[in-house]
Design a protein around this ligand. Structure first.
Ligand SMILES: NC(=O)c1ccc[n+]([C@@H]2O[C@H](COP(=O)([O-])OP(=O)(O)OC[C@H]3O[C@@H](n4cnc5c(N)ncnc54)[C@H](O)[C@@H]3O)[C@@H](O)[C@H]2O)c1
Length: 265
């Protein structure tokens, strides 16, 4: 499934910020929101990709604002400025998707503490910093949605992914804390836990021989990997009024991977 053809009428005119929006899952969500009539802000460190995406989306969705901010999610002040500026220009900040993330696949005995800190800084502190900045704007509106992209590896673990798994499990926990704190302000906070999704990143790891996609497919009860469209569709649902009573949840989209205790490929 791609993000083409996904519709969610009540999102028209909403203002949606997506971190890590320049490629992969983030880009698929940006495109899905834009194609459903949303104004979008992409926050990413890749300035060249941001420019490319802004050009093609502005041409495709001329009625909407397509903004970009070339900043890291870990830079609290820069992120707050970018979100405030977007909210001012479009009239609101309705949805923040905390998607930017990095990984470090290294045996724990060899993982140096600086690399550990980098992953925690982007995947966890970045989520907190962006959510806090968005939450402050949404509190004044009395409404908003924060959607954190965790991982199935926030629910189950895997060898050689200490910082990644720990950061994603912490994001799941943070999601619940913020949901409970901010419910009274009309702000819903949920997380998505994707399993393996066929992105360019996964394909390039497979091409380098670092992952075997057929093994991953056999390990998955559904027999297939996730698509960016699966995640984009879920993001639209969790951002829309259709999920108005859902908050503090981690929705795992993994074809049954985490449900399968045997997991023999
Ligand atoms: N692809 C998968 O199979 C999969 C599975 C589970 C969870 N996830 C999660 O989904 C999210 C997106 O994954 P992806 O596969 O699309 O990754 P990706 O590497 O293709 O894209 C990540 C984007 O985030 C940006 N980014 C990195 N560091 C940043 C920072 N400090 N500030 C702002 N932007 C930054 C990158 O420039 C890039 O555009 C991540 O949080 C990842 O952990 C992915």
């Amino acid at each position: 499934m791609t993000s083409d053809g996904i519709t969610c009428p009540d999102l028209r005119g909403k203002s949606v910020a997506v971190t890590g929006g320049a490629r992969g899952l983030g880009l698929a969500m940006v495109e899905a929101f834009a194609r459903n009539g949303c104004h979008v802000l992409l926050v990413d460190v890749d300035a060249a990709e941001l420019e490319r995406v802004q050009e093609h989306l502005s041409a495709e969705c001329p009625q909407q604002t397509v903004s970009v901010a070339a900043v890291s999610v870990a830079e609290a002040e820069a992120v707050a400025d970018a979100l405030a500026d977007f909210a001012e220009r479009t009239g609101s900040l309705d949805v923040l998707v905390n998607n930017a993330g990095i990984s470090a696949n290294v045996p724990s005995l060899d993982l140096d503490v600086d690399r550990w800190r980098r992953v925690i800084d982007v995947n966890l502190t970045g989520v907190f910093v962006c959510a806090q900045a968005a939450g402050r704007i949404m509190r004044t509106q009395g409404a908003g949605v924060v959607l954190n992209i965790s991982s199935m590896y926030g629910v189950v673990s895997a060898a050689e992914r200490a910082s990644y798994c720990a950061s994603k499990a912490a994001v799941a926990s943070l999601t619940k804390v913020l949901a409970v704190e901010w419910a009274a302000h009309g702000i819903r906070v949920n997380a998505i836990g994707p399993g393996y999704v066929e992105t360019d990143l996964l394909s390039s790891l497979a091409e380098q021989g670092r992952l075997d996609l057929d093994v991953l497919r056999r390990r998955t009860p559904s027999g297939r990997l996730g698509s960016t469209g699966d995640i984009a569709q879920l993001a639209l649902f969790l951002s829309s009024a259709a999920s108005a009573n859902i908050t503090g949840q981690v929705v795992v989209s993994d074809g049954g991977w985490t449900a399968d205790g045997f997991g023999v490929a």
